[in-house]
Design a protein around this ligand. Structure first.
Ligand SMILES: [Zn+2]
Length: 331
């Protein structure tokens, strides 16, 4: 398994090249939707690969040894992925302490295949506080060839105690041109659509791939139209339309919309929604740049609370109101 993008593949090859002195707890951090999880998997497989590094091509896992076969079949006995569990079709909000406790036995055993053992926690920012504390104990005393790989787009939201135990490894984002090529090759996106999808996704190619699916794109357009219809359409009516989407969908979209409107107000071109330039130009006349900057900052601050909103509908309406304030008070 290779990372999706070249700079990430180079990163994995570099880390594997220093395996002898590689920190046993790694925190892979980067922007959302750029392939961090895949990068973590490629690193895990590279550590578990049983072909000597000198005999592998490109510094990655060989893909051909027993370890690689186990890994790619999803049942390597010395690999433990820890992720959000799905229940009744919905993902849990957090990684629970029980999931981390299950690792304790794994970490205490010796490797089945006499090589490395790897735990991959993704997304690490969803570790509950007790889960993070339980993990911390294991990070403090990793066995010989045991590695913990934590993957996150929000390293700051991890407890400082966990962060300080890990080597921070920034995962690079691919260039827009590589993202577009990847969308065409990987997701079968028509070349003419790739640039727009990359822009809409805010430079997150995995999100862009999601949007390439026609039904997802339709849902996305509906969201965008609803948000663009503010303030003529009131926040309650817009919230009715938007509520069906998860917060992880509408929130970044609202943030990008506010950001683009602020850019247009400041005389720049929209970064995400070039197609909506006429509408943004209209709204520019009616909003204040200072108000948009305030809304943008408030949305950014509030984003840290999104993981588990107590009242999703209230969060939605209040977020829309934050934006609408920029139309009310034009100072
Ligand atoms: Zn291998």
């Amino acid at each position: 398994m290779r990372p999706y993008f070249e700079a990430q593949a180079a990163l994995v090859a570099r880390l594997l090249g220093e395996e002898d002195r590689l920190a046993h707890a790694l925190l892979l951090a980067g922007a959302p939707g750029v392939g961090k999880g895949r990068t973590g998997l490629a690193l895990a497989q590279g550590l578990l690969c049983e072909t000597p590094l000198a005999k592998r091509t490109g510094g990655m896992a060989c893909g051909d040894c027993p370890g690689c076969h186990w890994f790619e079949a999803g049942n390597h006995p010395d690999f433990r992925p820890v992720a959000l569990l799905a229940k009744d079709g919905k993902l849990a909000w957090e990684i629970s302490i029980d999931q981390v406790r299950e690792l304790e036995e794994f970490a205490a055993l010796s490797a089945f295949r006499d090589g490395a053992r790897v735990v991959l926690v993704d997304p690490a920012e969803t570790l509950s506080v007790p889960a993070a504390n339980a993990l911390l104990k294991m990070l403090e005393e990793p066995g010989g060839r045991t590695w913990f790989i934590l993957v996150t787009h929000r390293p700051d939201s991890l407890p400082a105690t966990v962060r300080s135990r890990c080597r921070l490894v920034p995962v690079p984002s691919p260039e827009a041109a590589e993202q577009q090529r990847w969308l065409v090759a990987e997701a079968g996106v028509p070349p003419g659509d790739a640039a727009r999808l990359v822009a809409w996704s805010g430079g997150a190619p995995l999100h862009a791939r999601h949007l390439a699916d026609p039904s997802n794109l339709t849902a996305y357009r509906r969201l965008l139209e609803a948000i663009a219809s503010l303030p003529e359409t009131g926040s309650v009516a817009v919230a009715d339309t938007v509520a069906a989407a998860g917060v992880e969908q509408w929130y970044p979209l609202l943030q990008r919309w506010v950001s683009d409107l602020a850019r247009v107000s400041a005389g720049a071109s929209p970064r995400f929604f070039a197609d909506s330039a006429p509408r943004l130009a209209q709204l520019r006349q009616r909003s204040s740049l200072a108000g948009l900057a305030r809304a943008s900052a408030s949305l950014q601050r509030q984003a840290t609370l999104l993981r588990h909103p107590l009242n999703p509908r209230l969060l939605l309406e209040s977020s829309l109101e934050l934006y609408l304030d920029a139309f009310r008070n034009r100072t």
